[in-house]
Design a protein around this ligand. Structure first.
Ligand code: SIN
Length: 575
């Protein structure tokens, strides 16, 4: 058994993981493990910007940002956490600037800012320019900047190490088990603390903006160790994915003046959100697009609408939206300066995840009891600053603010915590899982099961939901689980066995889909991204509470905990 020993390990090398590593490694021996090369992490695909009330182009305040975040999240947001995020966003963006992040600039040299969905001035009066951006490559720039800083600081990286188990001894975290992808060897990482920053699980859906690697590994690994997942019924569909492919077309395209049009060329968002129109929050815009399509106003009667940029100055498009221009030309053969872009909503972001407090410590029950040595930040975590629907730009704020807080907290923890002994044969559970897969001589393939999962989740558990469809989905998941036990790997080698890794990933997606559907079936109301056609209204009296889903052998058992409400009482959500 090969064992590496560190004070703390950070799993995932996107923005949250790198920010945490930068902080924690100032005072402790830290390793970052990633199943990718770090600069290929999904943070790199975040396009339009990072929200912070800098007020560079017009008056803005962190309280306005906080209000928008809470209202955008349909009041399921923990307001103490939202206050921390919106206050600290300002300093954190300047910190990134000082690290060398090449933000776009105003003519007088300040960080440029633009409008984004649901971000307003004076508590909802009109859109405000709050999104700080680097053209439409903001996430890419954040990732490169943080990675450079980590290298400069001498952080240790284990690239292409896929973590598949968390080690816990007597209720205390003591490390993780990873497969080295190049060799297929198992490694135990023995540590006083572990921080998960493994991103989302969008690959449970057929049409998604998420990279192939977004299979919810971190969430599934902790869930299998008895830790609950919070608010997993809330999954965001970004309104503008490239038709049939799901590749993201940033909301910044609408921030720069882009307009959504139906088959008759109508700017239909005027009917759904009179004040913010195309810049309403994503849940509302995605539902509006589906409604237009269902009522026969999709383009040519098909299941897409147009994002129209043709009225914008071509210089603005090329300077501020260069990447999406390139994507649209490459994948659709369309020049967005001349022709509208066919788009449809695309699975984008898990609002739920591993429950944490505002220091990124993982909490395991309704009383928010922290589990010693376990941390999570970024999309795999639920702090919860996004509630039932995340505002655009707030994912980057979340990873930076709570990645930083988590890294600091972990750094403090390992100074005083003893190193727990490893459990006997720490790799046994993983070795058994691998051997089961290698020994199986069934007739099923990972790819076929995954394809069925993604198509059915898209059909039955996406933007609109009903009890009937969710029930059918649970039956389908039971069947897919059965089929999974008959998976036969074609690749029997140990080195770079991607089929083996995909089998682990599929296992995780099946697990998380079951949590999402079970949590969605129980929540008999519509709130944010969770739109139940059989319960179309928000029901604060019964449902203003967070879901906690626990693994109960093959089933999911649900508990609930209160939402933290400090400054803003729930109101009707009008835009
Ligand atoms: C976008 O640019 O629209 C995506 C960024 C985000 O999800 O916040």
């Amino acid at each position: 058994m090969a064992v590496h020993e560190f004070d703390g390990i950070i799993i995932g090398a996107g923005g949250a993981g790198l920010m945490a590593a930068l902080q924690a490694s100032k005072s402790a021996k830290i390793a970052v493990l990633s199943k990718l090369y770090p600069t290929r992490s999904h943070t790199g695909t975040a396009q339009g910007g990072i929200g912070a009330a800098l007020g560079n182009l017009e008056e803005d305040h962190w309280e306005w940002h906080m209000f928008d975040t809470i209202k955008g999240g349909d009041y399921l947001v923990d307001q103490d956490a939202a206050e921390i995020m919106c206050r600290e966003a300002v300093d954190t963006v300047y910190e990134l600037e000082h690290m060398g992040l090449p933000f776009s600039r105003t003519p007088d040299g300040k960080i440029a800012q633009r409008p984004f969905g649901g971000h307003t001035r004076e508590f909802g009066k009109a859109p405000v320019q709050r999104s700080c951006y680097a053209a439409d490559r903001t996430g890419h720039m954040i990732l490169q900047t943080l990675y450079q800083q980590c290298i400069k600081q001498g952080v240790t990286f284990f690239n292409e190490f896929h973590v598949v188990d968390l080690l816990v001894q007597d209720g205390v975290v003591c490390g993780a088990v990873a497969i080295e992808i190049a060799t297929g060897e198992l490694y135990t990482f023995h540590a006083k603390a572990v921080l998960f920053a493994t991103g989302g699980s969008g690959r449970m859906y057929k049409i998604t903006s998420n990279a192939l690697t977004l299979t919810g590994d971190g969430m599934a690994v902790v869930y299998r160790r008895g830790i609950p997942l919070e608010d997993m019924e809330f999954f965001q569909f970004h309104p503008t994915g490239i038709y049939k492919m799901g590749i993201l077309i940033t909301e910044a395209a609408r921030g720069e003046g882009g307009i959504l049009r139906n088959n008759s060329g109508e700017r239909f968002m005027e009917r759904y959100a009179a004040t913010l129109k195309d810049l309403a929050p994503r849940d509302m815009v995605s539902r509006a697009i589906y409604k237009e399509i269902r009522e026969g106003r999709g383009i040519g009667g098909k299941d897409y609408v147009h994002l129209d940029l043709t009225h914008l100055d071509s210089k603005v498009i090329h300077a501020k939206l260069p990447d999406i221009t390139d994507f649209v030309e490459t994948y659709m053969g369309i020049d967005p300066v001349k022709s509208p872009i066919p788009i449809q909503p695309t699975a984008h972001y898990a609002m739920g995840g591993i429950p944490t407090n505002s220091d990124a410590e993982v909490v395991i029950d309704e009383k928010n009891t922290a589990m010693p040595g376990l941390y999570a930040a970024g999309e795999c975590a639920c702090v919860s600053v996004h509630g039932a629907n995340r505002l655009g730009t707030n994912s980057l704020v979340d990873i930076i603010v709570f990645g930083r807080r988590g890294g600091k907290a972990l750094g403090r923890f390992v100074q005083q915590a003893p190193l727990q002994p490893l459990p006997p044969d720490s790799e046994k559970a993983t070795r058994d899982r691998i051997e089961r897969l290698f020994e199986s001589r069934g007739s099923e393939s990972v790819a076929r099961i995954r394809e069925k999962l993604q198509a059915e989740m898209m059909d039955k558990a996406s933007v609109f939901r009903t009890e009937g469809e969710l029930k059918k989905m649970l039956d389908i998941l039971r069947g897919l689980r059965q089929r999974y036990s008959n998976v036969c790997l074609q690749d029997r080698g140990r080195k770079f066995n991607m089929e083996l890794l995909e089998a682990f990933e599929l296992d995780h997606l099946l697990e998380l889909s079951q949590v999402t559907v079970t949590s969605a079936m129980a929540r008999q109301e519509s709130r944010g991204a969770h739109a139940r056609e059989d319960f179309p209204k928000r029901d604060d009296a019964k449902w203003l509470k967070h879901t906690l889903a626990y693994r109960d052998e093959e089933l999911v058992s649900l508990k609930y905990k209160p939402v933290s409400i400090t400054k803003f009482q729930p109101q009707e959500r009008k835009y």
